[in-house]
Design a binder for this molecule. Structure first.
Ligand SMILES: [Zn+2]
Length: 262
């Protein structure tokens, strides 16, 4: 993130921007945030995206000269497919997920939820697995906090910097609308989810200049009490509506280009 690095001895690189949208006709969209941290002799990924981001993630790492085998630590915020399914690409890393989350997701019925059942079952037995507890220091300067509401065992990761923190929210608070409204979409318990949003606000306000990184939106910093986006949103689709492959129609999926409903 330009102008913010390094924080707590880590270079922070948002490899993939999460997107704050849902598909109206094609089910779960799953465009989620993936972050690379480098520092303290570690190469750390926070979440992995889903199959749809598999090639993209490989390209983004390659552009930075990072091979999958060099990733030393993989931190998984929660078990949903759009955050976890590429753990198999980083099998040499230490793979960390919350103990509560893993126990919960293994109980979910097959074929019905956003949990990739077999990937999680395989992860449970993986030798490099590390189960995290609430409040545990995961890596130097990085603490995990239990943040339930989206899933019961969701973790956020707090990177302590010299003068400000970076809080990796992922789906605990997925986007700016959830942050500001303090309401969470897709929750099993609205009161639990709202308590987590309040906890996040408390953490965010506790150190001026701190940054949050949601799972489906751009990073934000507080300015005069309001979240301000860091960076520029990029999201678009190209479609073949003609009779050849050369001609495509492109759709920008940003606030400037589309009408909004309320
Ligand atoms: Zn999720």
């Amino acid at each position: 993130m330009a102008g913010l690095n390094p924080v707590g001895g880590y270079e922070i690189d948002v490899l993939v921007q999460g997107y704050p949208g849902r598909s109206l006709y094609h089910g779960w969209l799953g465009w989620s945030t993936i972050v690379l941290l480098r520092g303290h002799r570690r190469v750390v990924l926070i979440d992995t995206g889903g199959f749809n981001q598999r090639k993209l993630l490989a390209d983004r790492l390659s552009e930075r000269g990072v091979t999958p085998g060099q990733v030393t630590d993989l931190l998984l915020s929660h078990s949903h497919f759009d955050h976890t399914m590429n753990w198999t690409r980083f099998r040499d890393a230490r793979i960390a997920i919350g103990r509560v989350e893993l126990e919960w997701c293994l109980q979910q019925p097959w074929g019905e939820t956003e949990v990739p059942e077999l990937y999680m079952r395989e992860l449970q037995a993986w030798p490099g697995l590390r189960l995290l507890e609430d409040g545990e220091e995961v890596l130097p300067g990085i603490t995990a906090r239990l943040a339930p509401g989206h899933t019961p065992g969701h973790l956020i990761f707090i990177l302590r910097g010299e003068d400000h923190d970076v809080i990796f929210l992922q789906d605990a608070v997925k986007n700016r609308a959830e942050l500001v409204s303090r309401q969470i979409d897709m929750t099993y318990d609205a009161a639990v989810a709202t308590a987590t949003v309040e906890m996040v606000w408390g953490l965010w306000r506790s150190r001026p200049g701190s940054v949050v990184v949601p799972g489906h939106d751009l990073p934000m910093r507080l300015e005069d009490g309001l979240p301000r986006y860091l960076g520029e949103r990029r999201a678009a689709l190209a479609a073949w509506f003609s009779d050849n492959l050369q001609c495509t129609t492109e759709f920008e999926l940003t606030a400037d280009s589309l009408k909004s409903h309320s």
